[in-house]
Ligand binder design. Sequence first.
Ligand code: SAM
Ligand code: DTB
Ligand code: SF4
Length: 331
Amino acid sequence: MTTQTVKFFRPVQKQEAEPRWSVDEIEALFKLPFSDLLYRAQQVHRQHFDPNAVQLSTLLSIKTGGCSEDCGYCPQSAFNDTGVESRAMLDVSAVVEAAQAAKDRGAGRFCMGAAWREPSGDDMASVVEMVKAVRGIGMETCATLGMLNDEQVLQLRDAGLDYYNHNLDTAPEFYGSIISTRDYQDRLDTIERVRRAGLHVCSGGIVGMGENLTQRAGLIAQLANLDPYPDSVPINNLVKVEGTPLAETEDIDPLDFVRTIAVARITMPTARVRLSAGRQQMSEAVQALCFLAGANSIFYGEQLLTTGNPDVERDRALLDKLGMYPFSENH
Ligand code: SAM
Ligand code: DTB
Ligand code: SF4
């Protein structure tokens, strides 16, 4: 076996009846002295990845606002008066243009997001065309469209979708305080359908929503105990948007955010851990600590879905300063 295959080999999951990580074990990781935690995360990270390569995904909102779900964090929920205007779905040519621009700037993956509880039949027909077209320009594709049924998952797979993003967002015990229009099992069911169809699963969550440490550990336990755990794990720092119920939530200590990244890295060694929403509000030093803690992916481009993200020039300068470079299959 070559060094290359050893380095990127996904360990065989143990056949255990018990969950691989208890919430207590994960909470204990969170409570390690900061340096010990980062050291462990670095060791795991370096076993599986080039620590200086970062995967770049660009997001595009293909259908914005007016969502029928009541997610307390989300500027796009119809329940939240945030000033985000509902817009009709973009057409395929606008999506391809944005994807080409993202590719030209160095992004490897293009993620299309829609403010839906679930897509309709007509929605799916358009998304299928978008996925095919974005694949056609040689980018990896990701979509996040809400809940999917079996038929929809297969439609996306057959269109060539690489990843489906569906976040668990928080611990099961805290979920009902944030969202009332769906339940945790709905999320798990869609993730299971996506996984069974052979699509790559992207699933993570949001921290800084007022969850306690046990609940933060509970989110990581849910993700890490998925069998197999997700290929890609976005860790979002809540972007506080005026008009959402969570707008006044107390900020999470940035070092606790770094700890969350480290714990995700240790418990999901071969996943791409994405330092996701919230970077615009984060210092370069904290972002550098997140990379040190095992983050190896970011959203790249000045816009997330409806909120801002650092501009490309700023991110290029940061990566340069840290001696990091975009991940490509050739690295
Ligand atoms: N509607 C689909 C869904 O909820 O799965 C897809 C789009 S939704 C905007 C995708 C993800 O964005 C959510 O699961 C959540 O993790 C994240 N998100 C939304 N608003 C956020 C905010 N204010 N701060 C951080 N992350 C946010
Ligand atoms: C994910 O975990 N974060 C992204 C992406 N997946 C779809 C979305 C972040 C949204 C932040 C709020 C906004 O821009 O509307
Ligand atoms: Fe809708 Fe997704 Fe926002 Fe929830 S997070 S309100 S499902 S767009």
